[in-house]
Design a protein around this ligand. Structure first.
Ligand code: TEU
Length: 540
């Protein structure tokens, strides 16, 4: 495989490993479980799988706290199991992307232990600052809670952690740190891994002078809310972009030296559109960063606050902002946000799956979205995510709801395992929503629609065609892709205003007489992919 452009039209699918498939019935998903489900992904038409962290970790942040980059977390299996996943995936035409956490390690990582002990080689691997235990060096706060500084009794200094206390930030001003991280990428590329999802990139390099963050003037920020700061000294700093460009050089050099297809970087950054673009590369094109940087503009979409005009605006903003040399991408959900089917109503699941896969560029699906899986039911006592500040904010902040096991079938524990108690509870909604039922039904189902759309996506008109998007009303969004005489029209009726009245939709701006139509919320007599007069439909 020497294709340098494979990722440009790929369908990316995120696997949350602990909840995917539990092969040894210990309550936790694992690599052998993933291997057993690759046929499902091939059947769906997925071409690239990104697996959330599987490296050794005490799991204080669900694997985003790595204690050894060179070994696999035992509950997931072994390095051999990873090799089997890669081999099987490649045989099915699926690329494997590893989650890579460059901003911080676990405080149980040997580097941190050695650093805290003052061992010469590792002394400057983390961000250590002098001071006294009564007063943190400045007002920087963690993304999760409270001060981002922790006092080390052992070293008699403060260390910086953007996330949990158990996740100390690496010091990127130390060239040895950068080299150590580059080496990890090479190790996994040697194993056959096709690329990396770079975690939490905005936080890589902080201000050298440790300046206090200014207070936010956001009008909704309460005067007595100490945590309301504008993050200019800890987030999206110029040095941070450079670190990403340097990582890109490492990957590109590897591809040049070893031949074969391109190995890729996808960066995770919740930031402004302007900054998102900088993670792609410099404005003059001389440096490159991520092959693509996640587009999170759909993430704030919520059934109670968004309508078709907002979606149109997000799409046109993104397409208008990113230089044409870069490839767009569309994300509706992930392991950090409430599930799309819950945020946006299960009724809209098909519409969003169609939308992200018919728009130009790359669609990213979070596992379970293909069956319209909703948030699970998790009580405070059952929680696993420790990022929520307190019991009061659990409902709002916990990320456990979107992380419950995948619902495969109607058997015990939804087919996730053979009945052993699961790490997070299986949602009881599995009796209605599961893959097996959606495959065996005679009618349409979320899954069948997803699969059909992924097939459609492979056609030139979707891969290369021009794009028009507009909202016909608060509730109806139209997407039209055209290439010469072929057209694909998506008519997406948003189902979140509890309307039950069918609506006759007339699309005045479609000049073509016939087009392949993808309709959402229609009665099942309309097959997807059928050729209809695209001007007039009845949408339920
Ligand atoms: O998330 C980075 C990030 O920006 C988080 O603040 C995210 O917005 C938050 O989880 C929302 O509650 C990445 C991972 O995706 C996340 O799971 C990790 O907890 C985090 O990095 C630290 O590694």
């Amino acid at each position: 495989d020497t294709d340098q452009d494979w990722w440009k039209h790929a369908v990316f699918y995120q696997i949350y490993p602990r909840s995917y498939q539990d092969s040894n019935n210990d309550g936790n998903g694992d690599l052998a479980g993933i291997a057993s489900k690759l046929d499902h992904l091939a059947d769906a038409g997925v071409t690239a799988v990104w697996i959330s962290p599987i490296m050794k970790s005490p799991q204080f942040d669900a694997g985003y706290d790595i204690s050894d980059y060179y070994s696999i977390e035992p509950m997931y299996g072994s390095m051999e199991d990873l090799k089997k996943v890669i081999e099987k995936a490649h045989a099915l035409g699926i690329k494997i992307i590893m989650d890579f956490v460059p901003n911080h390690t676990s405080n149980q990582h040997e580097w941190f232990k050695a650093s805290e002990n003052g061992t010469e080689e590792y002394k400057d691997f983390y961000i250590w600052v002098d001071g006294t235990p009564d007063k943190p060096p400045n007002n920087w706060i963690s993304d999760f809670k409270d001060s981002a500084w922790e006092w080390s009794e052992k070293r008699q200094q403060w260390y910086y952690h953007e996330f949990l206390v158990a996740q100390p930030d690496l010091n990127y001003r130390n060239p040895a740190v950068r080299q150590a991280l580059h080496k990890i990428l090479i190790y996994y590329m040697d194993m056959g891994v096709d690329g990396f999802r770079f975690d939490a990139v905005p936080y890589l390099v902080e201000d050298n002078l440790l300046r206090d963050e200014p207070r936010s003037y956001d009008p909704i920020a309460k005067e007595n809310e100490p945590n309301y700061l504008t993050h200019i000294y800890t987030k999206d700093t110029d040095e941070t972009y450079n670190v990403i460009y340097e990582f890109r050089d490492v990957i590109d050099k590897y591809t040049q030296e070893h031949g074969g297809h391109s190995r890729i970087i996808m960066t995770e950054a919740y930031t402004t559109l302007e900054n998102t673009i900088k993670y792609f590369g410099t404005a003059d094109g001389s440096r490159r960063g991520g092959h693509f940087t996640f587009n999170f503009l759909f993430i704030p979409l919520h059934q109670n606050t968004s309508n078709a005009h907002d979606i149109e605006e997000y799409i046109t903003n993104w397409l208008g902002a990113i230089p044409s040399v870069y490839v767009p991408n569309w994300v509706i959900g992930n392991h950090d946000n409430r599930r799309a089917a819950s945020r946006l109503e299960p009724k809209n699941a098909d519409g969003f799956n169609m939308l992200i896969n018919l728009l130009p560029g790359i669609g990213v699906t979070y596992n379970g979205e293909e069956i319209g899986q909703e948030d699970g039911e998790v009580t405070y006592e059952q929680r696993r995510d420790t990022s929520a500040k307190s019991k009061d904010t659990f409902e709002k902040d916990s990320r456990d709801f979107e992380r419950t096991p995948i619902q495969w079938d109607n058997s015990v524990n939804a087919g996730f395992n053979e009945g052993h108690e699961t790490w997070l509870p299986v949602s009881q909604k599995y009796h209605e929503t599961n893959l097996a039922a959606q495959l065996s039904t005679d009618g349409l189902s979320h899954y069948k629609i997803y699969r059909e759309i992924l097939r459609k996506r492979k056609e030139d008109v979707v891969a290369l065609g021009s794009t028009n998007v507009w909202s016909l009303s608060d509730d109806v969004l139209i997407l039209k892709r055209s290439l010469d005489q072929s057209h694909v029209v998506l008519a997406f009726k948003l189902g979140w205003h509890n309307r039950t009245e069918p609506e006759e939709v007339y699309i005045p701006d479609v000049e073509c007489d016939t087009a392949t139509v993808a309709l959402t919320n229609v009665d099942s007599s309309h097959e997807i992919g059928s050729t209809l007069n695209p001007k007039k439909f009845i949408l339920n």
